[in-house]
Ligand binder design. Structure first.
Ligand SMILES: [Zn+2]
Length: 264
């Protein structure tokens, strides 16, 4: 039944499932809420890590050896747990959308690499705040897999240096006070060129400039659906087509499963 909607010129979808069935080019914006079910803490939640860990800026990192070590300590500890975690039903649902040929891009605020682990293709994936599973040099273009650097840090407690230029290495994530990578921003803009549906999942939509991307598309008249447990910064805006409150695993992954069944 649902597939017929594509052939109805004046059809106005009214549910997430109907939108999923009708859309051809979906951009999905994901936040911490899609990964909490995997065991990744929500930094902004009530038990947020920020309550117990002081904020370390990129300037602190570059100027203060003690804070630099502290940062490596936090990230190395996090990664020793995170690297063992499995993708959630939402991560898997996004792979399913890709396999259905409906995905135009995943813009994620998450640094946990769970979209990649679920099998989402690099070409669709824009990790706006970087990724924990890589390190990069603060001086040159060097990038590399992070595992060995975190392991070495946990053994010797020394901030690692770049094997190519001797500069400080840092975990491949965007720090406080640091601009988003221009190349990444460009890819996010490109993904936003021509979607026919934008869905924000598990994000409070409060962190800029990342959260401006779904809103830009919505303002251009593209249907915009928000699924989140708890308030978001875009609630009540006239551009929001549907706002679903509740568990993103249940609401979104369930709808994708149903849409997939219709596609056969
Ligand atoms: Zn270097």
């Amino acid at each position: 039944m649902g597939v017929i909607v594509n052939n109805m010129p004046n059809y106005e979808p009214s549910s997430l499932l109907q939108y999923l069935v009708a859309a051809q080019q979906i951009v999905v914006f994901t936040g911490a809420g899609v990964s909490t079910a995997a065991g990744i803490p929500d930094y902004r939640g009530a038990e947020g890590v920020w309550k117990t860990r002081p904020e370390i800026t990129i300037m602190d990192f570059l100027d203060d050896p003690e804070k630099q070590r502290q940062y490596w300590q936090y990230k190395s500890e996090d990664w020793s747990t995170w690297s063992q975690l499995e993708p959630t039903p939402v991560h898997r649902a996004l792979l399913k959308l890709e396999q259905m040929g409906k995905l135009a891009g995943i813009l994620t605020q998450n640094i946990d690499s769970l979209h990649r682990k679920a099998g989402s293709s690099e070409e669709y994936l824009v990790e706006m705040h970087g990724r924990m599973d890589e390190v990069n040099c603060t001086q040159c273009e060097f990038r590399g897999a992070a595992d060995e650097w975190y392991t070495a840090f946990l053994e010797n407690g020394e901030s690692p240096r770049c094997p190519e230029c001797g500069g400080w290495l840092k975990p491949g994530v965007v720090m406080f006070g640091e601009s988003l990578n221009p190349e990444t921003m460009l890819r996010a803009q490109q993904a936003m060129q021509a979607p026919d549906l934008v869905i924000a999942l598990g994000s409070t939509l409060s962190v800029q400039p990342a959260a401006s991307f779904p809103l830009m598309a919505a303002r251009a008249g593209i249907p915009y659906i928000i699924v989140n447990q708890g308030e978001t910064a875009h609630d009540g805006l006239p551009h929001v087509s549907i706002r679903l409150e509740g568990d993103v695993q249940e609401l979104f992954a369930g709808a994708v499963d149903e849409a997939a069944l219709m596609f056969g």
